[in-house]
Design a binder for this molecule. Sequence first.
Ligand code: ADP
Length: 310
Amino acid sequence: MKVGIVGTGMVGSAAAYALGLRGVASEVVLVDLDSALAEAHALDIAHAMPFASGTSIAHGDYDRLQDAGVVIIAAGVAQRPGETRTDLLGRNAGVFRTVVAEIMRVCPNAILLVASNPVDIMTQIAWVYSGLPAHRVIGSGTILDTARFRSLLGAHLRVSPRSIHAYVLGEHGDSQVLAWSGARVGTVPIALFGEQVSAPITEEVRAKIDSETRNAAYTIIKGKGSTYYGIGAGLARIVGAIRQDERAVFSVSSVTAFVEGVRDVALSVPRVVGRQGIATELLPELDAQERRALQQSASLLRGLFEAATL
Ligand code: ADP
């Protein structure tokens, strides 16, 4: 399967590298406004392929995206000093207006995988501009927050994060909701498992895991300016599930008809992902506090979307 990446800055190039290392795509095509940058990343990543997989890495203009099965959108502009979030959103909506139109012109059958931030709003904007059904426009959402949550729980409970079923829901951002009440190790609730292995989930442990999950991106940005390897690997994982028609469950963003009383809002809940994009969504059992928090996150996102000038 050919995979396109539009926007080959830090996130787009990390996704290309992860796709190549995993050998998920037959061909990856990099497109950027800055074509020298796309070419440079394509060459550099291509030179890693003899050590990794048979994936061909190319760069080019939009026409080279023809027949792509998935196009990752990681294009965007950086926040200017003093610029409000809404103004930034307006400029990024402008970027998406052209990018999505070009993608739809060349490969109208591709699934769009949105990584640009604020990812939930950009997913909803891509959905509007593309005219595609919601299940074919996927945002990376909280896939990474969920991975962080699981790995912190796994470290505390001394269990592989892969055997932990726990999700971060809502916004990929400050209002995200860690769904503690349904978190399980295998089929055992984490509180019970914690007691069994003498690693209780105390209020203190919970607060620490919550804060580290929520603030991981800030710590990374403080140290090196931006985050990209984690999300690059997450994007490659989603593409792999689409390609193999795996129907794997990920917490990813998509325009959702109805969430806790809020209509038509893009946010993350666990979703089954396969060849056709999102096959179905899972609505986890939440306690009253989590439901309230998810409602707040959904309202906030809906408000931001409405404030964006499209
Ligand atoms: P991030 O860290 O999110 O990857 P970057 O600023 O490194 O952010 O990357 C964003 C990329 O998006 C840049 O390479 C930029 O050239 C690209 N870009 C911006 N506007 C457009 C556009 N209209 N079409 C294609 N690429 C674009």
